[in-house]
Design a protein around this ligand. Structure first.
Ligand code: SF4
Length: 309
């Protein structure tokens, strides 16, 4: 059986060997973050519906997991916001009932947890990894460019309610965008929200690769460490560390290298040419860029990657 909705397993810096479950079409999201590695959101929405057939996703999971592969986490993630899918609860329940030995993770922007139905659907997950990049309305609008229904109050209240109801772990990610959320006032506002949300972990991240918007830059390591200290968080490890992971697939790496050696490609080109999921391609590009082996160039059609001379 070939899989349309599953990708990997991929080496994840936070989740070890992670099988990606992508249930939302490219690129449907409640936000349009300036740093998104998947490009601009083409469908900005808060409408929950069955974006992909729930039965087919379950059939793929059943087929793959019945072979008993080694996987640390089954991870709902992908190129959009997974909580937009109305069948998410059904998929989580299936996995819990049928494959209780596998742990379930949810990578989410956290914006829909104000809806009690969404909170109930994710209750069977083992770990939820939401994001909170802003403390104020202005910053949320500047960095995350949300759907008009999403406000900072709704986002924070939703996460606080989730904390009350959800018994698993919450690892809250804060991605730092210099000039936007690294100033004293914004960090104070974020810190206040964190103290109310009470996540199990705070994970601080910085841009690895060229973002959707040209002006977004990575934070220097000293500043990142100061911010992590202030927010009581840990810095998410560098992409170069993932090569030791069992799930690091040298053949995917080699295919990417040999393709961009012939001609520079965008992430989307590589996804189509190699038939590899966009998130998986992103992991290997992150690794290659962090290791100084490739460089990128912004052109009219997008960001192109090529080997360094
Ligand atoms: S929430 Fe995630 S998928 Fe959506 S725009 Fe932001 S980074 Fe991209």
């Amino acid at each position: 059986m070939s899989y349309k909705y599953l990708f990997g397993p991929v080496p994840s810096r936070r989740l070890g060997t992670s099988l990606g479950i992508d249930i939302i079409p490219y690129k449907t999201c409640t936000l349009n973050c300036v740093y998104c590695e998947c490009g601009n959101t083409t469908e900005l929405t808060v409408e929950r519906k069955e974006y992909t057939p729930t039965g087919k996703v379950i059939a793929e999971l059943d087929d793959l997991l019945s072979k008993g592969p080694h996987i640390d986490y089954l991870t709902f993630s992908g190129s959009g916001e997974p909580t937009l899918h109305k069948g998410l609860g059904k998929m989580v329940s299936f996995l819990k009932d049928r494959y209780p030995n596998y742990k379930i993770a949810l990578l989410t922007n956290g914006t829909l947890f104000y809806d009690p139905k969404v909170r109930i659907e994710v209750i069977g997950c083992d770990v939820i990894l939401p994001s909170l990049d802003a403390g104020t309305k202005e910053c949320l609008e500047g960095i995350n460019r949300p759907h008009p229904n999403i406000t900072i109050q709704r986002l924070v209240e939703g996460l606080k309610e989730l904390r009350k109801e959800f018994k698993g772990e919450i690892w809250l990610e804060v991605l730092i965008v210099p000039g936007m959320n690294d100033g004293k006032a914004e960090l104070e506002a974020i810190n206040k929200h964190i103290s109310e949300i009470r996540p199990d972990k705070v994970q601080i991240n910085s841009l690895d690769r060229p973002a959707t918007e040209i002006w977004v830059e990575p934070v220097d390591q000293d500043a990142l460490e100061r911010i992590a200290d202030y927010l009581g968080g840990e810095i998410i490890g560098r992409p170069s560390s993932i090569r030791e992971a069992d799930s690091f697939d040298e053949s995917v790496l080699e295919r990417i290298i040999s393709t961009i050696r012939r001609r520079p490609c965008t992430t989307e080109d590589l996804t189509k040419i190699l038939n590899v999921h966009v998130n998986e391609v992103n992991k290997y590009l992150n690794y290659l860029e962090d290791s100084g082996k490739i460089e990128s160039e912004r052109r009219e059609r997008g960001i192109f990657f090529k080997m360094k001379r």
